[in-house]
Design a protein around this ligand. Structure first.
Ligand SMILES: CC(C)(COP(=O)(O)OP(=O)(O)OC[C@H]1O[C@@H](n2cnc3c(N)ncnc32)[C@H](O)[C@@H]1OP(=O)(O)O)[C@@H](O)C(=O)NCCC(=O)NCCS
Length: 148
């Protein structure tokens, strides 16, 4: 089924969150909702949050972005904060279209790079971003476990 894209509205959040929960059921709303709300701007020509929908208006996917610096003094980059496509609508190009749309907004806001974080073992998502043109970036995340 073909889909169209439009900027995300606050009234979309319930449905968007239902899609997000399909992929990450454990995410508390208190963590996710403020990030989504921050990405929504209903009065801009270059939105950083979009949804895909099929005829009849059912939302099938979403993307959330932000413009941030990775560290103090580094040039801001466009971050893909979250992307999700309803499992019944995957592999029909919605994810790629949503990503392209967000990248257009980043370019219009004059940032020089787009970034995202993906778990190393998440081969499907890695392949999705690689296909779209993403490569290994200039930073390496370091981590250590702490005693409880
Ligand atoms: C990743 C995701 C957004 C892709 O959305 P989608 O609409 O299914 O992807 P598209 O149909 O636009 O596919 C675009 C390309 O991505 C790659 N791709 C997508 N799903 C893939 C899969 N399961 N296996 C391999 N490659 C895949 C393919 O290269 C595909 O190109 P092709 O169709 O020409 O082969 C979707 O699978 C998803 O919601 N995943 C779970 C949520 C998630 O983990 N999000 C990322 C972290 S926030």
């Amino acid at each position: 089924m073909s889909h169209t894209l439009r900027p995300m509205l606050r009234t979309d959040l319930e449905r968007v969150q239902a899609i997000q929960r399909q992929h990450a059921p454990g995410t508390p709303a208190s963590e996710w909702l403020p990030v989504a709300e921050q990405a929504i701007d209903e009065n801009t020509d270059t939105p950083l949050a979009f949804v895909s929908e099929v005829e009849g208006g059912r939302i099938t996917g979403y993307i959330l972005g932000a413009i941030r610096s990775w560290e103090f003094g580094s040039p801001p980059a466009g971050w893909v904060i979250g992307i999700g496509v309803d499992i019944e609508h995957q592999h029909s190009g919605a994810g790629a279209d949503l990503l392209r749309q967000l990248l257009r907004s980043f370019a219009a806001r004059k940032v020089g790079a787009a970034r995202t974080m993906v778990r190393r073992e998440d081969i499907q998502v890695l392949r999705f971003f690689r296909t779209a043109g993403f490569n290994i970036g200039p930073y390496t995340e370091l981590e250590m476990e702490l005693e409880p």
